[in-house]
Design a protein around this ligand. Structure first.
Ligand code: E4P
Length: 216
């Protein structure tokens, strides 16, 4: 399963890139607002660090506006993927952008039916938001499981990008289901490396190493 970083913070993206374990980046208006810089500048910088897909989100309410924004984003770098929301207008934009050879990530997906429409519209990526479903007392991962089944049934090639990830359990569940990608906040990415028994093991080995006789 590929791992993307869900962030617009250059320092986080650089740290993730240094591990060579970050396959792409997703951004959205909320993350851009947190970063507090011009969105195009942020995207340009991210694309200079990460060679995999970098998602840039449109904000227009209508298909024409989304397509215009998408074309402009696609000129920033070859690896830009344009995010459109799961709406009727979003699907029109997805179809038009896909026809132009611009890859699309359909975002704000909360059901397998929505994911089916995204795939039929030619989406490159579909983003089910698991955390936001959990937040309202639903099981977000059930939607990912349903999408996987539907896509497998019809050999749909849209990749499932599990989004709104809150913890490492979401990532494990996504991998067990066979999702293609999980996009994760940098704090969760860091958590993946950690285990208390690993830390305790290193501590003990270092202590014991001090006791090993060494030639002068
Ligand atoms: C990624 O593409 C999404 O925009 C993001 O994962 C949403 O996460 P949130 O629900 O934590 O805002």
């Amino acid at each position: 399963m590929q791992l993307f970083i869900d962030s617009a913070e250059i320092s986080e993206i650089k740290k993730a890139a240094e591990t060579s374990l970050c396959d792409g980046v997703t951004t959205n208006p909320t993350l851009a607002a947190k970063a507090g810089r011009d969105y195009n500048d942020i995207l340009k910088e991210i694309c200079s660090i990460i060679k995999g897909p970098v998602s840039a989100e449109t904000v227009s309410p209508d298909a024409d506006g989304m397509v215009k924004e998408g074309i402009a984003f696609s000129k920033i770098a070859k690896n830009i993927v344009v995010k459109v929301p799961m709406t009727v207008e979003g699907m029109k934009a997805c179809q038009q952008l896909t026809k132009k050879g611009i890859r699309v990530n359909v975002t704000l997906v909360f059901s397998a039916n929505q994911a089916l429409l995204a795939a039929k519209s030619g989406a490159f990526l579909v983003s089910p938001f698991v955390g936001r479903l959990d937040d309202i007392g639903k099981v977000g991962m059930d939607v990912v499981r349903d999408i996987k089944q539907v896509y497998d049934n019809y050999k749909l090639t849209t990749q499932i990008l599990v989004a709104s990830v809150r913890n490492p359990i979401h990532i494990l569940e996504a991998a067990k289901i066979g999702a293609d990608i999980a996009t994760v906040p940098y704090s969760v990415f860091e958590q993946l490396f950690k285990h208390s028994l690993t830390d305790a093991g290193i501590k003990k080995f270092l202590e014991d190493w001090e006791k090993v006789p060494k030639k002068k």
